[in-house]
Design a protein around this ligand. Structure first.
Ligand code: NAD
Ligand code: MN
Length: 356
């Protein structure tokens, strides 16, 4: 049996309610999968900041780096006003572990009237998010001017496009294993605005093209689309997309927009992925308005667990979780309040565990 050591970082708010659900589903996977799990509880978040003076203790990073195969991250609360010394631990974790990709599947249940099944692969280290900004007074006295650097590198563009190609191939493989899907063949859509930003987005586009021209991707279709027309098509014909690869800012915006296509934030998972390491993370925040009531939807987290397992090459285990979640949603007897149901977090989790 393979033993995987998983770091658990609940963080704040409902993170503390949904991450235990993630642990439970790993423990409940059928023994025929030959998988064992060990768990390490780790700290991060605003509460940790208030207790220790840092939102991301070095110990958390060291343990993840040296002892863990993967991790689950709940959510953290960010103070509404800037607090001295506080910065987001998930942003820091992505940097310190070089988790260069943010992967966000957006999928409706198989029985949906307008089924959607796409994955957005967002570059996570550069673009405008290098946060190199400055503000100065205009020379003509007409007020302040603010500027930001948009940095695009060949290295980061190449590896993110390669990951998108690999995800497209893996999705094709699971289709061949019989997982139902609306897509017949793998397709990667490269997103950019190189008609205006010919150098930065131009480099992203040409490098992604080059990466996806590798022989191993010969069965993967490649197309490209300008980001604004993409938003239009994403809303009108979302079913046409399989894998989307985008620079950081467009990927951020597209992935929140795409999440709206399937309803509640409580359904949408993500993973932060680097070489040989993945952190599963529900897309939602710490939801202080519903914390402590045992009504948070655990599905975003359970799907994030599955996504993490995919990147640890445990596709069969991941497929079990996806199928159990879909069955819960299709039957619709145990739904949390965000989906119009009355079930508690615990009841949703238990219904899904029964279906594993
Ligand atoms: P949020 O995602 O926490 O909540 C938005 C709305 O969605 C709320 O009404 C909430 O009740 C609901 N919701 C979210 N997750 C749900 C779930 N699993 N089940 C049912 N309903 C759910 O976003 P917000 O309210 O803008 O932010 C709250 C806090 O979370 C802030 O401090 C913010 O900085 C932080 N935040 C963190 C992350 C992260 O850790 N990745 C992401 C977004 C926001
Ligand atoms: Mn975002």
């Amino acid at each position: 049996a393979r033993t995987l050591r998983i770091g658990l970082i609940p963080g704040d708010g409902i993170g503390k309610e949904v991450i235990p659900a993630g642990r439970r589903i790993l423990e409940a996977l059928p023994s025929s999968l030959n998988l064992k799990f060990e768990f390490v509880d780790l700290k991060a978040g605003f509460e940790t900041f208030e207790q220790t003076g840092t939102a991301l203790p070095d110990k958390t990073v060291e343990v993840l780096k040296n002892e863990c195969d993967g991790a689950l991250f709940g959510a953290v609360s960010s103070p509404s006003k800037a607090v001295k010394g506080y910065s987001s631990p998930i942003v820091a974790l992505r940097k310190r572990l070089d988790l260069y990709a943010n992967v966000r599947p957006v999928k409706s249940v198989a029985t949906a009237q307008n089924p959607i099944d796409m994955v957005i692969v967002r570059e996570n280290t550069e673009d405008l998010y290098v946060k190199e900004e400055k503000t100065y007074d205009s020379a003509d006295g007409s007020g302040k001017i603010a500027e930001a650097i948009k940095r695009i590198s060949e290295k980061a563009s190449f590896r993110i496009a390669t990951m998108a190609g690999e995800i497209a191939l893996r999705r094709q493989k699971t289709r061949e294993m019989g997982l139902p899907s609306i897509h017949k063949s793998p397709l990667v859509t490269i997103t950019h605005k190189s008609n205006v930003l010919s150098q930065t987005d131009g480099l992203f586009r040409s490098t992604a093209r080059e990466a996806l021209a590798a022989p191993k991707f010969s069965s993967v279709g490649v197309e490209e689309q300008i980001v604004d027309s993409m938003v239009y098509k994403l809303f009108r014909q979302p079913e046409t997309y399989d894998v989307i690869v985008a620079p950081n800012l467009y990927g951020d915006i597209l992935s929140d927009g795409a999440a709206a296509l399937v309803g509640s934030l409580g359904l949408v998972p993500s993973a932060n992925v680097g070489e040989g390491f993945a952190i599963g993370e529900p897309c939602h925040g710490s939801a202080p308005d519903i914390m402590g009531k045992n009504i948070a939807n655990p599905i975003a987290t359970l799907r994030s667990v599955a996504l993490m397992l995919e990147f640890l090459n445990e596709e069969a285990a991941a497929a079990k979780i996806y199928a159990a979640v879909d069955a819960n949603l299709v039957e619709g007897k145990f739904l949390s309040p965000d989906l119009g149901g009355k079930a508690t977090t615990t009841e949703v989790v238990e219904d899904i565990l029964r279906r594993l």
